[in-house]
Design a protein around this ligand. Structure first.
Ligand code: FAD
Length: 341
């Protein structure tokens, strides 16, 4: 493995909206940042690589495809002077400064680190799930609920916590009816949310019920349901299934080094992105279990880069690099818009 030949100002771990936005700001601030883009999902770009149309990211009035949005963010990061390495970080030594960041291919030294490793939406792994992912199955009602295919049809939400309650209520704006599938005989959601769900005229709660599969042709047309007590099975005709069964933050690498909350999310201080380790910042879904949106991830990515730059300046560690020479390939703003139809 090549030994590190330089100490960089900043290493950014992750290539979703948070990581690329941090890279754009840090690149423009001449920090010459390195981004470990990660291959956890097979490709860089994060969760939006797994979806189709994004209707709520500002600047794209007719929407944009998720992978296209990420291609543009990556291009902007590259054009701003960030160095992008398509590798997973396998360990970080936070005990010694500068920090040592390792991938399977190399190790590198950095004075500061931005963690932007995101979170992974939990899936049920139903037999036909892959066939209908983005074709009626979604892990984000706030993101996808408003698309035309979900309007005026019956939809199902699976889960029993606050997210499931909130997403069911949100979907009533579009759906003719929302079926909330709850595994047990009670909701884990807060009292207020429970009352709102149980009193909502468009929500029907199916207690002690789990989906066992989904069916359709090119789009979800219905679910196979099973009662968890009687094992009785039945079909439910719906035009969409929303998973609200939780997210897992990608923080396995940071256990014991960075303070995590009881659910595994990185704890950041007050309104900042600072972690408990000086010079280490966290942004995006890895530290946000509330909003979990591309724009909020990008916003905290910006904050993390500005805070890292201030910290590097304040400690006298900042090495300013000359404006980057034109990248080998400057990628143009050839936005491909898609029609919401
Ligand atoms: P992520 O996008 O999760 O990116 C994290 C990155 O870190 C990934 O590239 C991953 O490979 C990398 N990584 C992880 N571990 C390592 C490692 N060890 N080394 C290197 N890299 C690593 N939001 C919206 O605003 N609008 C929408 O319409 C929308 N639709 C969505 C649809 C779906 C199906 C899903 C799942 C989410 C959707 N979201 C949407 C939510 C949005 O995708 C997330 O809020 C956003 O992507 C979070 O960005 P992030 O940068 O924090 O993390």
């Amino acid at each position: 493995m090549p030994k590190p030949s330089e100490i960089s100002n900043l290493v950014i771990i992750g290539s979703g909206p948070a990581g690329y936005t941090a890279a754009i700001y840090a690149g423009r601030a001449r920090l010459n940042p390195i981004v470990f883009e990660g291959l956890k999902m097979g490709l860089p770009g994060g969760q939006l690589m797994t979806t189709t149309g994004i209707e709520n990211f500002p600047g794209f009035p007719t929407g944009i495809m998720g992978p296209e949005l990420m291609r543009l963010m990556k291009a902007q990061a590259q054009n701003s002077g960030a160095r992008l390495w398509m590798e997973d970080v396998i360990s970080v030594d936070f005990k010694q400064r500068p920090f040592t960041v390792r991938s399977a291919e190399r190790e590198t030294l950095a004075h500061s680190i931005i963690i932007a490793t995101g979170a992974t939406a939990q899936r049920l792994h139903l037999p036909s799930e892959d066939q209908f992912w983005n074709k009626g199955i979604s892990a984000c009602a706030i993101c996808d609920g408003g698309i035309p295919r979900f309007k005026d049809v019956e939809l199902a939400v699976v889960g029993g916590g606050d997210t499931a309650a909130e997403e069911s209520i949100f979907l009533t704006k579009y759906a003719s009816k929302v079926h909330l599938l709850v595994r047990s005989d009670r909701l884990r959601a807060s009292k207020v949310m429970q009352e709102r769900v149980l009193n909502h005229p468009k929500i029907q709660v199916h207690w002690q019920t789990v989906p066992t599969d989904v069916y359709g042709n090119d789009w979800v047309q219905g679910l196979k349901l099973k009662n968890t007590v009687s094992s009785v099975e039945q079909d439910l005709t719906v035009g969409g299934l929303f998973y609200a069964i939780g997210h897992k933050p990608n923080t396995a690498l940071f256990i014991d080094a960075i303070e995590l909350d009881p659910t595994g999310y990185i704890v950041t201080k007050g309104k900042s992105t600072a972690t408990n380790v000086e010079g280490v910042y966290a942004c995006g879904d890895v530290q946000d279990h509330e909003y979990r949106q591309a724009i909020s991830a990008a916003g905290t990515g910006c904050m993390a880069a500005l805070e890292a730059e201030r910290w590097l300046s304040g400690t006298g560690l900042l090495q300013e690099f000359l404006p980057v020479s034109t990248p080998e390939e400057t990628i143009e703003n050839d936005v491909i818009e898609f029609s919401l139809g």
